[in-house]
Design a protein around this ligand. Structure first.
Ligand code: AMP
Length: 588
């Protein structure tokens, strides 16, 4: 397949923000693809060569891409850089400089999909002292035979920022339309939720239709999209929503780990599908040693504990394990325990459709408990009082709250979904604060006074998965220490874009726009209806959205979350209702 056809399809996607139109463009294109090509095209459309969890990314720095553009087009480095500062996107610079005066030389080769994949693989695997030069030359090699449009997308792919707006859900919609029926959409999504591999789902449905999709199973090595919890404003409501009886577990303040114990290796994935194995080698080893079978997928929370007292430490402590260097020291200095709370697969058996209580007893049967491998603390409660008592115990044990879990027969593990089978209740709710928000940075305003020349405030957005769009909720300017203020360009500038991101609705216009990527944790006093913000636009009042008042950065960069995993508009709406509920005194 010609890469030009793919680039043209990306261009058509980029020029619309209407989800239905994007779905139609994709479905049309998919129908004519062969299964192998389709798999690669899906990964490329996300700026990758592999599924998200693969661990190796193309991730070329913008500056290196600019060197390849300068080299290929014979333009001065300084001129290319100047254009980049203006455009904020190496892809846009490439489009202006590459292939415009193109002369086909004797050495030109057609730019096929195969050739692009081979070239990108060379970039990905370049090693050694001169690896940066090699990467630059492999990219220049592809750019040499590109037209402007192909160059735009090659440069976007290698930086991992495609900006074409086609989300996973839109691609799943298009696959269902191209190769199955609307009714099959749920099965297609389930296949994705249990494998987290969009390319695999695409290749399977293209090759073997919906029958193939239904044969896709939970597999060791393919992370499963995590199940999430709803929230309610009081323990009484939690217990009553659960039918008067439920399990309640401690809600630990650590890092969620999905552990795949294979025959030959153990892998730990974060909820964002990053490979955390290098950060928790002790936990990986302990789980292997304490597991009595051959293969399993389990979930638990990794929590830092005090080496002397064994007390649980705050989330901040366990993040020391996320550093890239000095891991041996960190393992010694920051002891970590895993509190297991779910089992999704064991020795050939998919447990995701087994009810909660059986999954939990399977965990206790298959694992020996030790100092660093423990079960989450759980009790079955039958009343609000019993729930409150357990909650107090959880807080005393330094947890952030409790997680109630349904004990009914339909309490299965719902991969990738947030529902009332699990309900969280945190200390924050009791203190009448809103929950913390994980918000995506979509813009920045230059500072004044002491902050002159720096970003002084950030425009923050939440995500609405129902319409697949981001909407702003606040301007954040508090809670930044000097180190954070100084580090902001390094954290954010890679996502700079010259115009409003196509997936964002905004009324406020910042000085600099960013593609949604970086997620920050924010606390706030109150949720209000705001004419200046666009999240949940019109849900409560026409032409107004939901805003959060007095937002403050907690210091926690949620690098374990993707922009799409930030607090959703629906969650903020629920919090708004909880707040309204408190103030009307309905509880009394
Ligand atoms: P939140 O991030 O506030 O939506 O809460 C969900 C997170 O709580 C999960 O992703 C886990 O990381 C964490 N968690 C802590 N303890 C438990 C538990 N016992 N069961 C399930 N999740 C838990």
């Amino acid at each position: 397949m010609d890469f030009t056809d793919i680039a043209k399809m990306f261009d058509r996607l980029e020029s619309t923000s209407a989800r239905l139109e994007m779905t139609a463009i994709l479905a049309d294109f998919f129908k004519d693809c062969n299964p192998d090509d389709l798999r690669s095209i899906i990964y490329l459309s996300q700026g990758k060569l592999h599924p998200d969890f693969y661990g190796v990314e193309l991730g070329m720095a913008d500056k290196l891409v600019l060197r390849a553009i300068a080299f290929t087009s014979g333009t001065k480095d300084s001129k290319v850089e100047e254009m980049w500062v203006k455009e904020g996107d190496p892809g846009a610079v490439a489009e202006k400089l590459i292939g415009t005066k193109k002369q086909m030389t004797l050495f030109s080769e057609p730019l096929t999909l195969d050739r692009v994949v081979k070239g990108l693989t060379l970039i990905e695997t370049a090693e050694g002292k001169d690896s940066q030069d090699k990467k630059m030359k492999h990219l220049a090699n592809l750019l040499h035979d590109s037209g402007p449009l192909e160059a735009r997308y090659l440069c976007r792919i290698v930086t991992g920022r495609m900006r074409i707006g086609a989300s996973t859900m839109t691609i799943l919609d298009a696959l269902s339309i191209a190769f199955a029926t609307k009714e099959d959409r749920e099965s297609v999504e389930r296949a994705f939720n249990v494998t987290c591999d969009l390319g695999l789902v695409a290749e399977t449905i293209c090759r073997s239709g919906i029958d193939g999709i239904q044969r896709i199973q939970v597999t060791i090595g393919n992370p499963i999209k995590v199940m999430l919890a709803e929230r309610l404003p009081s323990i009484g409501e939690v217990v009553s929503k659960m039918g008067g009886e439920c399990a309640i577990e401690y809600k630990y303040d650590g890092i969620r780990a999905q552990v795949h114990i294979g025959k030959d290796s153990v892998k730990i994935y974060s909820r964002r599908l990053e490979d955390l194995t290098p950060n928790f080698p002790d936990i990986a080893q302990a789980l292997r040693e304490h597991f009595k079978g051959t293969e399993a997928i389990i979930e638990g929370e990794c929590v830092a504990v005090d080496a002397e007292t064994g007390y649980m430490q705050s989330f901040q402590e366990v993040t020391h394990r996320r550093r890239k260097h000095g891991m041996d020291d960190a393992v010694k200095e920051v002891p970590v325990r895993i509190f297991m709370f779910d089992m999704l697969y064991v020795d050939g058996k998919d447990m995701t459709t087994t009810p909660y209580l059986q999954r939990r007893s399977a965990l206790t049967e298959w694992f020996d408990i030790s100092d660093n491998v423990q079960m989450s603390t759980m009790r079955i409660v039958h009343s609000e009082d019993e729930g409150e008592e357990f909650f107090e115990e959880a807080i005393t044990a330094r947890c952030e709250g409790v997680m109630a879990k349904s004990i009914s027969d339909d309490s299965i593990y719902r991969a990738g979904s947030r529902g009332f089978l699990w309900i969280k209740y945190k200390k924050d709710y009791q203190e009448n604060l809103t929950d913390s928000f994980d918000l995506s940075v979509v813009g920045a305003f230059y500072g004044m006074g002491k902050r002159a020349g720096k970003y002084g405030a950030l425009l923050m957005a939440s995500y609405d998965p129902e319409i697949e769009r981001f909407g702003t909720v606040c301007k954040l300017g508090t809670g930044f220490d000097d180190a954070f203020l100084d580090g902001m360009p390094a954290l954010l500038d890679g996502y700079k874009t010259s115009k409003r991101p196509s997936s964002l609705d905004a009324k406020m216009i910042p000085d600099v726009w960013f593609e949604p990527h970086v997620v920050l944790e924010v606390v706030a006093a109150e949720i209000t209806v705001s004419p200046n913000h666009t999240a949940g636009m019109g849900m409560i009042k026409d032409d107004s959205g939901l805003g959060i008042r007095f937002p403050r950065f907690t210091g926690r960069v949620r690098d374990d979350k993707d922009a799409e995993q930030c607090t959703t508009v629906q969650e903020i709406m629920e919090m708004y209702e909880m707040q309204a509920h408190d103030s009307t005194g309905i509880d009394e």
